[in-house]
Design a protein around this ligand. Sequence first.
Ligand code: ADP
Ligand code: ZN
Ligand code: ZN
Length: 732
Amino acid sequence: MPILRLALPTPLRCLFDYLPPADIGSDELTHLLPGCRLSVPFGKRELTGYLVEIVEQSEVGTDQLKHAISLLDATPLVESSLLDLCAWAARYYHHPPGEVFLAAFPQKLRQGEPAPALGEPHWALTSEGMGLPEGALKRSARQASALALLQSSNALAEQELLDAGISKAVLRSMRDKALVARELLLPPTEPPTTNTPLTVNAAQQTVLEPLTAALGSFSAHLLEGVTGSGKTEVYLQWIAAALARGQQALVLIPEIGLTPQTVARFETRFNANIVVLHSGVTPTQRLAAWQSAASGRADIVIGTRSAVFTPMPRLGLTIVDEEHDGSYKQQDGFRYSARDVAIKRAQLTSTPILLGSATPALESLHNALLGRYQHHRLPARAGASTLPELQAIDLRKQPLEAGFSPALVSAVEGTLTAGKQVLLFLNRRGFAPSLQCHDCGWVAQCKSCDARFTVHRRQRQLRCHHCGAKTGLPERCGDCHSGHLLTYGLGTEQAEDFLTGRFQAWPIERVDSDTMQSRTAMSELVDRVNTGQPCILLGTQMLTKGHHFTGVGLVGVIDADALMFSPDFRGEERMAQLLTQVAGRAGRGTTPGRVLLQTHHPDHPALQAMLIDSYHDRAKALLSQREATGMPPFGHLLVLRCDSVNAQAGEAFLANVRRLTAPAVPKNVSMLGPFPSAMPRRAGRYRLQLLARAGSRAAIQQVAQELVWHAQQQKSSGNLKWSIDIDPLEIL
Ligand code: ADP
Ligand code: ZN
Ligand code: ZN
């Protein structure tokens, strides 16, 4: 009796062994393959599990194993490399496998619903099969000829193989040796075709040549191209080459970057089956898109973070656009980096992967500089436009109106009068970040967080941007009842009020998560702005991501100082990325743009460096700082976080875990903590953490293993929650 090792939707960090369903026929037994779902008994419940592997022995005695209830799928729903990827991710991120597998399956299939038929049986070589040298399998002439046939194609219909005299028995014995796999594939509706591309320039050509040559085996590539240098054009032409080989392409895009604009660009270029996966699609749409990808029918999958787990049996290449973007890292639950998972997937599927950005993450740049990734660069803008110049406006001693200096106001006016658009960046929504009593100094604080309330004057509310708490805007001080309340600091609402009064003749578009609540708001905005009429775009980070505004002649950063003093180790990297990306919105048309940065610290070295150096040089300087301090990518980090309603309980929990782990921690690992997070209390819970830093990933993995084991053993009160974060983005 084979033993089935399943991932089950439970928070336990292990796989579960079962026997096949008791009433299973011998024919059905041959259908039991990794990637199928089974329903199984679990305590008093019945769960849907995913078959990960079939083993001969269980650590639990066979007589104690339960039978699965039924097999839900006649063929695997996903290719085996995706199961390997999930298993790897569960190990690397120390997350319960069941929850990792949940990320790979749409909700409807997780609930055990039948998967509609996916198509005709096909056979394809596995990666082991592909690795066989020419002339292998000499001892069986029929296996050798099956191999030869399969080597000449991605997947062959079973009928074609039967017609060629290869029997099912031959195929089955090759499958038992893991050389071939059977899949249900829908016949491609129509082979995809590509519409006329742009004529690539010389720089793009030197990137495309090696990329095209790289199809068919694993390699990682970094495309470092300034904003507007034609990276997307390179993606499109590379994808065309993969489609021509009968392969599928996976394109990952940051959360806010996945707009109808982006998708339209792909749809205009390709007559192909394109599916889009993001948090806004309904469960039914998701299932359809997922099945289209899983059956091999979809040619291109475009999606945000979790799309990295979409099954794609014909995967030929992966692109991670804006690879530095923080939204690729999931910050709760299963804390994975979609970029790093995508690289692992490329390895497992022997396919190439391209990371693209104007401002690569230091990790990626480091890998490129070391030669682990092939490094491609597009140093100039494609077409006629040129990169803008950055200039600082010294705010010291200047009269300010709602945070605007006379110099910025006149630059805005000049730009609008010249018929161009203005983009103003202010990374704080609401009217003002705090409300204070002028008579006694009282500050309006969130009751559940160690944080100030933000004033939202339009809604006459105070809001906490950390826990979402809301309360009416008070008329009087909470302490001394004085009516003399003042707002401090500047948010987008207030800047909008000022601009509306000052520039009455021009439309003002405010872009932040308060104004962009509907799904279509952003694309409607982009359409309005791209009519080219002069206007002012005022917004937060949302404005800086990828959107292509052709008429922007001036970019103003209203408060550059807010970017300058982050306590996190990635603070300066983020500042450099953000400023470069904001600046990149200027001068995309034919006239060069200007970028003005308002600051009280015009001599700050981080700002000076941004004015003089390119992002590339700045990033290299930051890399040497990281090397000196042993921080990533030179060192590796993990954080064990915990939160609880009782601060002492959390502290005791982490201190215990640290003490118990200590004997097993390698010497070259430094441990820090427990220490409170930068915001020690949030939504009524006290937050503490332990930090480990090591020179090698292996040491971090070893520590993670120990920490998780001891954390699981700890008896703690029911409301204490802990989580482990491997390669954290922030350690605050
Ligand atoms: P990126 O993705 O690097 O920001 P895009 O691919 O969006 O750059 O290109 C920026 C602009 O330059 C777009 O308007 C695009 O149509 C144009 N462009 C890109 N490549 C070429 C080319 N080879 N010839 C002419 N225009 C180009
Ligand atoms: Zn007061
Ligand atoms: Zn709060």
